[in-house]
Design a protein around this ligand. Structure first.
Ligand SMILES: [Zn+2]
Length: 296
């Protein structure tokens, strides 16, 4: 039987809605997603689902839940909901940001959120005068800045984004104890590199070293093998390619997930499994999107 596996990807689950980031679910919305998922799908731990996909023993309407990056709200907001509903999830963590680090995209959002003038003047190519008076302008400015910085070399990107927010900002990423708590709660931990570079823009040596450093750091922290991997950004042919899938295999990962949309099949490369984001915020569309990607 050629059954499919739907793998969902989340990043953050906010304690309360953030008008600047309307695509991010808050806890109430996430709980609705998860309740619906539990009613309509057979939710499995990712490592278990991958084995069953290969052996052809997946149940009908199989789904997995994954989170990328390692945001603290995964442990504080999402975990209690998952536990209440008896659902398992896999958390892919970029190890450099644990214990007080900040990802560059959060500096961009903070710069726009705390802008004191209606026009934000930044030394970022193509973004020297961004209108940030209305909410819509702020959302647009964030999008413009994220696109302008995303594909810059990793050091330059981090430095530029960091320069946008001179003051110390709120801690957003997990601490080591959060990772241990997720594991103790029966959740799975996966690697997501150390510094979250766009692998395709790195030299092979640097890409491999970053992937390895992320895996080792999490294994040291959890004292357990880390066998699942998520490519940063994750678009095949853009953010990573076959070289990085080969590196993942060499490093001993059993499976790796991308952000190519769609469901995984028995014939899918276990080191390039597609995932999708349930963007739609209203229930029927969320359900529709899930159902559309299943095969039985
Ligand atoms: Zn990521």
């Amino acid at each position: 039987m050629n059954r499919c596996l739907s793998i969902l990807v989340y990043h953050r689950v906010l304690a309360r809605p953030d008008p600047l980031q309307p695509a991010l679910p808050d806890a109430r919305q996430f709980e609705r997603h998860m309740s619906l998922l539990k009613r309509c799908f057979h939710v499995l731990p990712l490592s278990c689902a991958i084995g069953r996909l290969r052996r052809g023993t997946l149940p009908a309407r199989a789904a997995c839940i994954t989170f990328d990056d390692g945001y603290a709200d995964n442990a504080s907001c999402a975990l209690p909901i998952l536990q209440r509903l008896g659902l398992n999830a896999t958390f892919f963590i970029a190890s450099d940001y644990l214990d007080g680090g900040r990802m560059w995209n959060d500096d961009v959002i903070a710069a726009v959120r705390h802008a004191r003038q209606p026009v934000l003047r930044l030394e970022v190519p193509g973004c020297d005068a961004l209108q940030v008076h209305t909410l819509h302008q702020k959302q647009q400015a964030i999008e413009t800045l994220l696109q302008a910085l995303k594909y810059l070399p990793v050091q330059q990107r981090q430095a530029l984004a960091g320069s946008l927010v001179p003051n110390r900002q709120e801690e957003l990423m997990m601490r080591s104890e959060d990772v241990r708590a997720l594991l103790a709660a029966g959740m799975e931990i996966g690697a997501h590199t150390a510094s979250h570079p766009i692998l395709a823009m790195q030299s092979d040596v640097d890409a491999y070293a970053d992937m390895r450093r992320g895996k080792t750091a999490l294994e040291d922290l959890t004292q357990a093998p880390v066998q699942l991997f998520a490519y940063p950004n994750g678009k095949p042919g853009v953010d990573f390619d076959q070289r990085h899938a080969d590196m993942a295999r060499l490093l001993g990962f059993r499976a790796a997930v991308t952000t190519a949309p769609g469901a995984a099949h028995a014939a899918s490369d276990p080191l390039q499994l597609p995932r999708y984001t349930p963007w739609e915020q209203d229930r029927p569309r969320f359900l529709l999107r899930l159902l559309a990607s299943r095969c039985n």
